[in-house]
Design a protein. Sequence first.
Length: 419
Amino acid sequence: MDVQNMDALSCAITPPATPTSPAHFRPSSMSNDYGTQISIARQGSTASTASVPRSPSIRSHPVPLQLFDHEALEYVILVDKENKKRPIGSGVWSDVYLAKPSESKPIDQSHLMLPSAVKSPPVSPTKSNDSAVGLFVLPKVPDLYAIKAPASTSSRKVLREEAKILSYLSQFPDSDNHIIQFFGQDLRNEALVLKAMDGTLEDWIKKNLNNLDDNLRARQLASVFPRIALSLIDSLMWMQDKNCVHADIKPSNVLTTESPDDLISVPVTVYSDFSSTILVAPEIEVHNASPLGAGTWDYLDPSLLRSIDAPEASAATDLWSLAITLLFLIIGASPFDGFKHNKYQQREMIKSGQPLQCLAYDDIGIKNMRRIKNLSKALGLDLHKWFAQVLVKDVSKRIGVAEWRDELARAATKVEAMI
């Protein structure tokens, strides 16, 4: 089998591996490991300003499964300096490997094969009311693939359901502007074949913003924030239009790559990791991709953290998660980091649903407020007020995503006109 050394190629990654712990934690859990991700309901959507009504016939039709055609194009897993195949990311459900497209079929793929892996014929595509949807069109072959392989036999179902979601979303011609490019599921190992990207939004922020002094950081942020934010809001609206609730939006689940035609270094962003995603269209049949579902506390809508009568993930909870993600972009950290030395208190602050008040806490709060104020001045938009329209605990009082987007777009247009 041909091998390629990972160090000889540019660094690239794929969507983060699925949750790091399968245990089901309730919000009242006193676990000392704050990094543990909790389990939440991922069954459907509750009413919100942008949610889609759930239909009782949601499982009336199968979702077409796109298969990776290994007969036409093969891939070679990259190896490290010790000639070993090592994952670039691992989780309970999956291990992620970098791979290079290969015209000749490698001799051995057994390092990814699972016991009793069985091939199955592709599922026939269902009809759609959207004239833009047709048969899956394979995107251009990338320089590198990211192979998301099941970590165990029991993980195969999780990736199979994620593959159905990606197959459905990838049918739309403009999908690669909004979500990670999907090349199909490899039935030999049940791995997902994805496009390898440069990194996550979290990585990009740490590398391109957080290492700058405050003045330089403020100028850089003013030049990139509107475009990144509008891109992510547009992609969220795109998913909502396709009856998709992502249910785990956070900086590490947004992937980035360099824009080839930008004078200013503004990364291209797409959403990734659909292991917790739900589809609410009546003609679609997809079970929950992850048996438990998971989300990182900092980015979850506080309503999902209730120990009793917690609602289901929805378009409204996705918008909350995106707003916290955009706050992370501005201040360079979670708005709840001021409480990170007391994990119990931090969890209580997250459940309180007051991130804008929490980010002003303690010494770090002075820096956070200064960064928000500086960007507000540069954009001519009161960002504290802008965020407050979404980051309000009462869902009925939240602004709609389209109106929220328009406010930022108007401010961005004025800034561009002045340049």
